[in-house]
Ligand binder design. Sequence first.
Ligand code: NAG
Length: 458
Amino acid sequence: MAVLRREKGQSPQGSRIAVSILIGILLGCVFAVFYPHGFFSSNLTVSHRRIANSNLQTGSSSCESPDRIKMVKADIVSISEKNAELKKQVRELNEKLQLAEQGQDHAQKQVLLLGKQQKAGSFGTVKGLRTNPTVVPDESVNPRLAKLLEEIAVRKELIVALANSNVKTMLEVWFTNIKKAGVRNYLVVALDDQIVDFCKSNDVPVYKRDPDSDIDSVARTGRKPCCFWIEVPYFEGILAAGLQCSSNPFDHLYRDSDVESMSDGHDNMTAYGFNDVFNDPAMGWARYAHTMRIWVYNSGFFYIRPTLPSIELLDRVAGRLSREPKSWDQAVFNEELFFPSHPGYDGLHAAKRTMDMFLFMNSKVLFKTVRKDPALKTLKPVIVHVNYHPDKLRRMQAVVEFYVNGKQDALDPFPDEWHFVAPGGGGISDFCDWLRSDWTSKDHEPGSSYFRARILLR
Ligand SMILES: *[C@@H]1O[C@H](CO)[C@@H](O)[C@H](O)[C@H]1NC(C)=O
């Protein structure tokens, strides 16, 4: 019942509410017309403004004395000076920031140039970078050599042989056969004037350094090699000594590594590397330790690309040979090339490749294996390097007879190994004298062949 009553009495009450709402809306419209910025807030801001204005007026009127104005002006001057100083600092800092950003940008660009950043590919498809970019040549440093190389080199490559008058006959055998093999891009670096004349009279390209140049005096004293040797034009080169070409070695290079070298190894394992197990019985169950072994690269014949690791290698070898005059160049060459970085030592990060031991053959492979094997005997090597036999000249001539002139029994008179037989039955001291007369030992300048390789590289 009560509910019903309330419902009944709702209609007169509702109309009263509707009327009051209507009045409210009308009042709102009136206010909206006369006070468009709002009833309370507009009044407040206006009053605030009035107060602020009155304060300002009283302030300015109270400090119009000339002293006060001067002080304010001085304040303004000092503040603007401070401002200028800060602006200068900001500018300097901005410049520094810009330089740093440029440096970062250059580094990033170099990274991008060397190869865009990549995601690792799928299993088995990922290959690391072996082929380093070549250095930029600077022909202006040694224009005479640059011009010579321009004339001789083929695709910026050439064979370089070093010679002094002690090896005149060997040099003759060498260039006669290199010419026969159709190689045009070779150069003799003469160590004395006699070789210069000899080469010129035989129409062999020859280069001898200016004896007055800084480079030469550095090589003589063995000091500070790197500073000067950087400054010569580069060319890819092959160093060669005591060897024969029966075909063009440039047709048999991979050119994917910084150093591509002949091995002193005599079979697959020794030439290309193997896992050699070291036995220490005292360790009982753990008596076997595995070692990595490879026969050394022969520093008498290698192909080297003009890259930063290659140049670093030659610098390191030349540097060490000048600091340690008694060291053996081939040992140093291999140590620098192969020893990894370890605490206190930064190793060289050069890419290396061992040449095919039957194409780039050493004299142990030839005399101990190849000449006795009917199948191997038919192979045509590109290079034979008489490195295991100090009777170089006689064996070189026999190699030419065998491979170039086809004389099948030319190698037969030689034993596998070499025995020293001194005239009059001399002993070890004769052997040492003989060694000293060998052209490589006679070439006294420490690390000289590496210095010379370096000039050709850059
Ligand atoms: C040496 O390696 C080559 C190429 O991998 C292979 O053809 C040859 O049979 C190997 N020689 C020996 C004696 O294992």
